[in-house]
Design a protein around this ligand. Structure first.
Ligand SMILES: C[S@@+](CC[C@H](N)C(=O)[O-])C[C@H]1O[C@@H](n2cnc3c(N)ncnc32)[C@H](O)[C@@H]1O
Length: 288
């Protein structure tokens, strides 16, 4: 577990916003709501259906699904970590919601439900934390009723802008070394964050049994001025509570002084510059 992030609820509420200005936090929040709404529009949730939110975290999808159903169906908040389910339960209790939901603790690879039990399975940014995607997608297929839908959003990190693309080789002493290692990290088949893309996901869905799954690639371009401390946060903040930060990943290849010098030079070079970054993601819409 990371020293600066103890669990998923802390990561979702605090760490993911690290280094962002208030305007950027506002933008990220609006973007999360927009992603949630697209996934739920695809899912086309009907009032009496059973909806499974897999890896619900703090309930981004599940709470909206519950609201859409007005507690007439059954929304299953599922996550493999108890802190997430406790956080959702606290919100449910505080809102006085007593029916129309269940809490289910299980990993996506072993969903604790009989086969063919849910009408809709929804998910956001969970497969990106699962090393072996095929068993997880097979499980989702298993618990869906025939005709049921799996609708999800996943970031495609390996296609995002890389550090070396926004740096000047003349300014960074060990530019070529870090470029090579960054590319190597992005090609690591055992790293859940980057061992997949839109094509591998489509294949996973087809192998599981989904016929002609829709996997829509979305490329987002964003532009902002790099603020002091922002670069340090990118390096030290982990992408999840159990995964190493970028700094820790580099430390597996280079000694501490070399990584520290690189971080300082990257920070000096980028701070105050306007960056234009590309981030990729997919929306999945698949029917059993
Ligand atoms: C980036 S968060 C997304 C949370 C939520 N879906 C959202 O959109 O805000 C990833 C979530 O996946 C959960 N998770 C990670 N690995 C999992 C697994 N193997 N099975 C089920 N949930 C998992 C984590 O506990 C966390 O809540």
């Amino acid at each position: 577990m990371s020293e600066i992030c103890k669990n998923w609820t802390q990561w979702l509420k605090k760490n993911r916003f690290a280094g962002q200005t208030p305007e950027m936090i506002e933008q990220t929040t609006r973007w999360l709501e927009a992603v949630r709404d697209v996934v739920l529009v695809y899912a086309d949730i009907q009032p009496t259906e059973t909806v499974l939110d897999i890896g619900c975290g703090t309930g981004l999808l599940a709470f909206k699904a519950l609201e859409m159903q007005q507690c007439k169906g059954n929304v299953i908040f599922s996550d493999m970590f108890q802190d997430c389910l406790d956080d959702c339960k606290k919100i449910l209790d505080e809102s006085g919601v007593t029916e129309g939901y269940e809490l289910l603790k299980c990993p996506v690879e072993h969903i604790a439900l009989p086969m063919s039990t849910v009408h809709k399975a929804v998910m956001r940014s969970v497969l990106v934390h699962v090393v072996n995607k095929q068993p997880a997608i097979n499980e989702i297929y298993r618990v869906l009723k025939p005709g049921g839908k799996f609708c999800a959003f996943e970031p495609i990190i390996r296609s995002n802008t890389r550090y070396w693309e926004i740096l000047d080789p003349n300014y960074i002493d060990d530019y070529e070394d870090f470029k090579r290692v960054e590319n190597e990290i992005m090609d690591d088949p055992l790293d859940s964050l980057c061992n997949f893309d839109e094509n591998t996901l489509r294949t996973n869905l087809e192998i599981a049994g989904f016929s002609i799954p829709e996997v829509k690639l979305q490329e987002v371009r964003s532009s902002y001025v790099v603020q002091p401390d922002m670069v340090r946060e990118w390096f030290v903040n982990p992408p999840s509570p159990s995964q190493p930060s970028t700094k820790d990943r580099f430390l597996k290849y280079f000694d501490f002084p070399k990584v520290s010098k690189y971080m300082i030079q990257v920070e000096d070079y980028l701070t105050g510059r306007t960056l234009s970054l590309k981030t990729n993601a997919v929306f999945i819409n698949a029917t059993k």
